[in-house]
Design a protein around this ligand. Structure first.
Ligand SMILES: Cc1cc2nc3c(=O)[nH]c(=O)nc-3n(C[C@H](O)[C@H](O)[C@H](O)COP(=O)(O)OP(=O)(O)OC[C@H]3O[C@@H](n4cnc5c(N)ncnc54)[C@H](O)[C@@H]3O)c2cc1C
Length: 441
């Protein structure tokens, strides 16, 4: 096959720099940059490419960007889904060079340089894969059927439904054993998601629902948080893990560390030798990368993450970048964690690499993650904050946590909505989004 003149020119112009060529002008179009996923990584890459001389296409299976760190507040009826999600088209509407495609990526043809959405093919010159992560059940995929995960808006509303229905069914004449099962909530995984969910659930039961029922006392609900490792919040310093555990105990959460869940079914879990009966088991214990490694035909570790070069491109395929929860990137203390700031910084970085290639400039230096710290909240007035140089607990930490989350939310409307919702529930102890949606009870 002969290479078109423009492509040949681009390749030879770059051969001396070692920077992979972008076949500018092939078939009369501008270079095509395709971004898979409009989560934290993909969206940041897209926004950073707004002025680029390229046709940017963002493909996502949802029409909205989701602020996952506050999903647990939707699951516990503190916020509505629209408060933490924003339409991708709306966010990118002012970017003339960017198109949005609603579709589920099913394969990537790395040789033919095209992404498959079922039968449809979307050709690319540069590809950024940012399809995030999914739940992992440590070899027990069947546990997905009886536990509740938390990755999407649908997961959060399903969890909210299950939690609120448990109180309704307990009120509605269940026998004592079943009532106990209904009012016992088990959360597996003591990372930030598990800790935040446990705190929010305890406050829902002890405050927001406290006066609403006649036959049950929601305050007697049992909330058990299980962590297989030796302490909660393993990414935080031990003193902050201990502070979080104390704060949870104060609001009535039972915490179990150093014991693993060995079985899950529709009526409870086995924790070591102990059986805990529960109708609501929440899985916050592990994630694995999206199936990008399969699409790309590359090997991946048990967590499914794809190893990349220091510029986040794929070995052998420098025109493909993998970022965020889907990528495995070495950091100073092991692989970088699957958190939003890593994905955002990587998105902005690959946009710089692509922009440099488009402009024929030398590539930026290798990606380096700037870790600004870790935050987690426990209920409406406690949090733990670790900036490395500064560690905070209690109300001040909560204020830092709250301000940071409002600041990072996408869109002015969402910031205002969340701030008002929080103020309202802080003053009244009420939860504004206590809706049981779905028709079958
Ligand atoms: C409940 C929860 C709480 C969290 N709390 C925090 C926190 O407090 N702080 C923090 O820093 N991090 C937190 N995280 C982690 C953080 O959200 C992730 O690290 C971050 O979202 C990763 O960004 P990403 O761009 O790699 O993937 P994502 O943000 O997950 O985006 C992936 C995108 O790809 C799309 N997609 C996936 N598969 C396909 C497909 N086949 N076709 C088309 N589109 C597809 C998805 O719809 C999604 O929009 C939390 C995560 C969860 C689930």
């Amino acid at each position: 096959m002969t290479m078109p003149t423009a492509e040949r020119a681009a390749v030879s112009a770059r051969a001396d720099t070692g920077i992979p060529a972008i076949p500018a002008g092939v078939a009369g179009h501008r270079p095509r940059v395709v971004i898979l996923g409009a989560g934290f990584g993909g969206l940041n890459a897209a926004v950073a490419l707004r002025g680029a001389a390229a046709e940017v296409t963002v493909i996502d299976r949802r029409n909205h960007h989701l602020f996952q760190p506050l999903l647990y507040q939707v699951a516990t009826a503190a916020l509505s889904p629209a408060d933490i999600a924003a339409p991708i088209r709306g966010i990118l509407s002012r970017q003339a060079n960017t198109a949005v495609v609603l579709g589920t990526v099913t394969a990537i043809d790395v040789v033919g340089r095209a992404v498959a959405i079922g039968e449809r093919r979307v050709a690319y010159d540069q590809l950024i894969v940012a399809t995030g992560a999914r739940e992992a059940y440590f070899g027990h995929d069947e546990w997905a059927e009886t536990t509740l995960g938390l990755k999407t808006v649908e997961d959060a509303t399903a969890m909210r439904r299950r939690i609120l229905l448990a109180f309704e069914r307990a009120e509605d004449g269940a026998d004592e054993a079943e009532r106990r099962r209904l009012l016992t909530f088990v959360i597996v995984g003591g990372g930030p998601t598990g800790v935040e969910l446990a705190g929010a659930l305890a406050e829902l039961a002890r405050a927001a629902l406290a006066r609403d029922f006649r036959h049950i006392d929601p305050k007697t609900a049992r909330i058990v948080l299980i962590e297989a490792g030796p302490r909660l919040l393993p990414a935080f310093p031990p003193s902050l893990s201990a502070a979080a555990a104390r704060a949870l105990t104060r609001i009535g959460v039972e915490t179990r560390c150093g014991v693993a869940v060995t079985a899950c079914d529709a009526a409870g879990v086995m924790v070591g030798d102990e059986r805990i009966d529960s109708r609501t088991v929440i899985w916050a214990a592990g994630v694995a990368a999206s199936p990008a490694a399969q699409w790309l035909g590359v090997a991946a570790g048990r967590d499914g993450r794809v190893a990349v070069n220091t510029d986040l491109s794929l070995p052998v395929h420098p025109e493909i970048f993998v970022i965020g929860d889907t990528a495995r990137v070495a950091g100073p203390h092991g692989p970088l964690p699957g958190v939003a700031p890593v994905a955002k910084q990587q998105g902005a970085y690959v946009a710089r690499v692509v922009a440099a290639r488009l402009a024929g400039r030398p590539a930026p230096p290798p990606f380096r993650y700037r870790d600004y710290g870790n935050l987690a909240t426990i209920g409406r007035r406690e949090a733990v904050v670790d900036f490395g140089w500064l560690r905070l607990t209690g109300r001040l930490a909560w204020l830092v946590w709250g301000s940071a989350h409002i600041y990072f939310l996408i869109g002015f409307r969402n910031r205002i909505a969340v701030a008002l919702d929080w103020l309202w529930s802080y003053l009244t102890y009420q939860r504004g989004a206590r809706l049981i949606t779905g028709s079958d009870l």
